[in-house]
Design a protein around this ligand. Sequence first.
Ligand SMILES: *Cc1c(COP(=O)(O)O)cnc(C)c1O
Length: 390
Amino acid sequence: MSDRTDRTRLIASATRRGSGRRPVSPPVERASTLLNDAPGALRDESLGPVYGIEDLSAARELRALLADLEGAADVWLVPSGLAAVTVPLTALLRSGDEVLTTDALYGPSRRFLKRHMGARGVTTVFHPAEATTGAVLAALTDRTRVLLIESPSSLTFEMLDVPALAAACRARGVLTVMDNTWAAGLAFRPLAHGVDVSVQAVTKYVAGHSDLLMGSIAVADPAVGRSIAETLEDLGWRVSPDDAWLALRGVRTLPLRYAEQARSALIVADWLKARPEVAGVLYPALPGSVGHDLWRRDYAGAASILGVVTRGGDEAAAHALLSALELFGLGYSWGGFESLITHETGQLAGRRSPPKLAGELLRLHVGLEDAADLIADLETGLAAWRAAVS
Ligand SMILES: *Cc1c(COP(=O)(O)O)cnc(C)c1O
């Protein structure tokens, strides 16, 4: 089974024999309570879950598929991608501990560390987004309990040498948690590279249709898994059966959507890079882009999200560009079937050392539309931008 490709295994799990006549997709099981025929059955664990918080069929199937993709001993589902970051940190950090992470961390994860963990005696140290492996390791102290990795990072997409960092941290007894949303559990497998906890926003590519929020937490080591399972048990968090069902539907087509969107994103990135209005494209899969060498060494695919830096201009010009677009929705998030664009310069202000950019920062998510149509739309947007800056 294991030498079949991801795309085959994700589908073969639906068609395997031995479960009798049934629909291809399981019915949605909405339940807090599962009824039993006899009092003795109430405590019989071999009969399966007895209460909704133990996860019902769609969530269990989704967990098994994600565990297969991640090479994990176990996977847990939580109600958002943000919760997939906050639960392991809650499980692994204690008052007096330090956590080290990138200055380009996903904004809500940063807020959680500063506000929630800060109030509970955990100190966060930020390393520069473009730090070398040596510089990241030099920022570890004897109080560092966790290195929180996000690579590529949010908005500016800097990359870290994850295998080197994971190996060095393991040797020093520092746990590694990686936000692997960009790779969708497909293009990079953190656990196989020595990372302790791999999390992703299922919200993005796995769900794939911008219609639900979910996160997943994957571990290889059962001891780390136990502390995460206990934290979830203590906090009482589970996902809804309807959301699990939708995410299970999404994961069947994940490899195809992910690959096709990356193909279009590279075409769009290449086109943007050559435009006079564009000072730079931040996309590790693009030759010449920051992080490209590490991406080529370690990754088997790419997300379809790009940072685009305009050559000069101001917020009004960026807004003129966004306003002129018809195909790119104006909205946050990514990984869905639809293209999206946002103006992100303001988000960088929260960093300790914001990057010095040649213009405004836009973030494009490339969806499943035809790349040529997206480029024509962007051409209209850039014309509006030129009119606004002249
Ligand atoms: C979107 C995102 C999250 C959070 O996911 P939600 O489901 O929106 O909470 C976490 N990390 C990264 C890198 C993301 O892009």
